[in-house]
Design a protein around this ligand. Sequence first.
Ligand code: CU
Length: 672
Amino acid sequence: MQLLHETRRLAYAATHAIALGLFGAGVSAQPSHPLDGLSAEELSNAIAILRKDGYLTDDSRFPLIELLEPDKEAVLAWKSGDPVPRQVRVVVKQGSDTHRGLVDLGADTVVQWDAAAGESMIMLEEFLGAMDLALSHPAFAAALGKRKLTAEDVFCLPLTAGNFGVEEEAGRRIMKVPCYVLPSGSNFYARPIEGLFAVVDLNAGEVMEVVDTGVLPLPEQPWGYTEAEIEGRHGALRPETNPARLHQPDGANFKLHGSRIEWDMWRFHYRVDKRPGVVVSLIQAKDRDRWRSVLYQAHLSEVFVPYMDPSEGWYWRTYMDSGEYGFGLFLSPLREGVDCPDYALYLPAVLHQDNGQPLEIPSAICIFERNIGDPAWRHFEIFAQSETEFVPAEGRPWTELVLRSASEVGNYDYLIDYVFQQDGKIRIMVGSTGLDAVKGVASTSMGHPGAAEDTQYGTLIAPHLVAPNHDHFFNFRLDFDIDGTDNSFMRTGLVAAELPDDSLRRSLWTTQTVTPATELDARYRVNPETPAMYHVMNTNQQSGLGHHPGYMVSPLGSVAYSPLDSRNDPPIKRNAYIDFTHWVTPYDPLQRYAGGEYAFQSDGSDTLSEWVKAERPIVNTDIVNWYTMGFHHIPHMEDWPVMSTMWKGVVLAPFNFFDHNPAITSRLPKTE
Ligand SMILES: [Cu+2]
């Protein structure tokens, strides 16, 4: 029994078990910049200071320990060699109480200690504890027995359950715990024990209810996805082929100075935080000999994945993967030659365990240059040709720098790329892959008598398995500081031009620019029927020809316009930022997450859509753009047993920022 429990723990938290094993030298480097992530030593020091000053009890646990960034002004004024101010924000759980503290590492003191205003992110031990609680409950064991299973045969997936204003759940810390048959191979999600789950109160450490809506047949196939399993069960693999690979034999062109990266026309700072994952700051572009600010910071703000199935076992599956679970905590080691090119630089991330001690995730980030054989630009000039030979096209290869991480939250894997191009553009891309969440059903094909009912809210993707419909929304916080902190946000829409009566054209479009005055006016849905450019501009500065420098924020792939009821549907209300593609607020260092500071069981009172009701002015001041990307997912057979990576993103493109196309100065590759 003990061994099986251990197997489950390892299976469930494999990444973290590995990381603990490898934890060691190289992760306690001291910060060399005010925005650096907390080092292993700093994490330990913060806990030691709290303990010394009497704030900790024996049962204290730490759902969140993170850097409190110094004021923007102080960071912008900071020079290499100056002292590095370090303050640490902690969320501490003691029994059912949650506190929020602020520790000053330099002053060796606790500056602040309050009751937290909400439920903290979940901790790994709560995850594992919820599984143990469910499996050791007699009613759950009896329900497993009805299915000819015992606790030894299964593992469970404790899930956040949202907040639906249910009276019995008020004041509790709830997870709902469905289980799966322990796999013989790689696929942990192919055999759901549908119709059975436990409702667990993590604070009380008790099972509140065991819900059993009836026994359904178990899917039989293991649906493994390793090469050996595919060979053995799903037919022969493709014949081996000659490898097609990217390579960089002469070494990288980027330079790493601590946590600052410089490459081509770009420099920026990066760190990893437990909640948003990678945070990229101080993004500057080189324009001739001058470094110019584009963004102060960019990072993931929230992720929302609501399933569209109203049944008892599914209606509450409306996850906020970043705020509830942590995109940083669930970073997974990147595999050379699969997740990133084998010549990439792989870097670890330092986070913390539930007991506050440091945790290293190896290869959590990769950085690489890439030229996939596309042109950045080209032109073939017909008028330059002679009668005897072709004058070849002029052009340059598309070379870019990628900063990549991959977070694995349950069955899904999300790649997040920050891509820096030689034409002055930055792309932020999210690649969704991994496994669809599946629901066990009686149907084995669409000809089955119950198939119509079974597939009312999803698609039958394998015998006995329906993948319910759902969405993936990703909100990014984009703190633009274009040539300074004071910027304005604008919408330049296409409108029909009024034409003189004697014009032979009867229809053409022109543009009309609107600068919204307050945050409430700056909510926009990107809609192809009303085409527009959305951009941020610094009206205090002049670029070439007397223009004001700006950057456009343009969608790549579908955007997250959702016709859902954000006022009355509890999970949508908690994530009402999905109502609009663009939001703009004045810079507030405490407003970092569109779904609120405490996402777990939040009620929607602390979210972007509530903040903007203050109608703060946003013209020619320090502003933040909140951009929601994402897609609606109607699953299909090709998504199973693993889905191909689906990329969505946003491109930040210079608009009258540079005097000409910056990629005009890029070079052809060196020849031997
Ligand atoms: Cu999906």
